[in-house]
Design a protein. Structure first.
Length: 305
């Protein structure tokens, strides 16, 4: 009887904290202030950069032929034409890079998470991915130049640039996909196995759709990163003021290469304006890719009913 009364008299929910010490309040306020100040300090160079690029390149991107014409036949001191040829070069090089790097990165991550299980080969692959993630872009470009051009004898081309970008994009795709696959609950896998579904079909039908939103975000962010690389385009392909649709041969412009060429070889006002306009165009392209990544992540996420 006494036991029953003691149980009835107990409160339904635990009593919340009645008092927070003054030292904890001070520490909490101090930590909040430090984080806020650090965030604001980090925003200063970013905001300064964006304001500078927008103010100096805004007039260029609003010109009539900026998005639809190349610089073919345009005099260096004449502000005319546009970045159509460079925009095409950046996009096609990035797409070729993604076609190669994304499947390799996803399959590598699947092996590391689902099949490797800490094995010797998995540890070796992880070690190589870690090394590749720290390789500077100029080293990747020199490696492709030595292998693809010097040893195999292929000409400098946009395809060679894409191969160098693959080396830079691959570790990012592997790492982001690996983390997303590890976030998939093991209960989903075990439920699928309990129903007699093979492992490969469980990965294809359960694991990958669950992690798809994060994988898409990682791929788009990796693509946005490699589009701004300058070293591969400086070493592996020459600059062209006209458009070139052949990715296997000939010079091809890109936005980073156009910026570098205009700053170095054309210091006149027209060249400076084109350089700032190309920089703003590159920022716009990367912003669009980030928005696509956010939208894809939102719409491809599995909804909880």
């Amino acid at each position: 009887m006494a036991t029953t009364e003691s149980i009835v008299n107990q409160p339904a929910t635990p009593t919340p904290f009645q008092h927070i010490s003054g030292s904890r309040k001070i520490k909490n306020a101090l930590a909040t202030a430090l984080v806020t100040v650090a965030f604001l300090i980090a925003l200063v160079p970013l905001g300064w950069l964006l304001v500078t690029v927008i103010t100096r390149g805004f007039d260029a991107i609003l010109s009539a032929n900026w998005w639809s014409h190349s610089l073919s036949g345009v005099m260096p001191d004449e502000f005319a034409g546009g970045v159509y040829h460079a925009l095409y070069g950046s996009i096609i090089q990035g797409l070729i890079c993604a076609v190669i790097a994304v499947p390799l990165g996803i399959f590598t991550a699947i092996y590391l998470v689902e099949y490797g299980a800490g094995g010797r080969l998995a540890r070796a692959v992880t070690f190589m991915v870690d090394i590749l993630s720290g390789v500077p872009s100029i080293v990747a470009a020199l490696f492709i130049f030595a292998l693809w051009i010097s040893v195999l004898g292929f000409p400098q081309s946009a395809f060679a640039v894409s191969l160098a970008l693959v080396l830079l994009m691959l570790p990012v795709v592997v790492r982001s996909t690996e983390e997303m696959l590890r976030l998939v609950p093991d209960e989903l896998r075990e439920a699928s196995y309990a129903l007699g579904v093979p492992k490969w079909k469980t990965i294809a039908r359960v694991v990958l759709p669950t992690a798809l939103s994060g994988m898409v975000t990682g791929v788009m962010l990796a693509l946005a990163r490699v589009l701004g690389e300058t070293a591969p385009v400086l070493i592996l392909v020459g600059y062209s003021r006209s458009i070139n649709f052949n990715v296997l041969e000939g010079n091809m412009a890109s936005l980073p290469l156009l910026i570098y060429n205009e700053l170095v070889s054309n210091p006149e006002a027209a060249g400076q304006l084109r350089a700032w306009g190309a920089a703003l165009t590159l920022i716009i392209v990367i912003m669009i890719l980030n928005l696509i990544a956010a939208a894809s992540s939102r719409f491809s996420a599995i909804k909880n009913k």
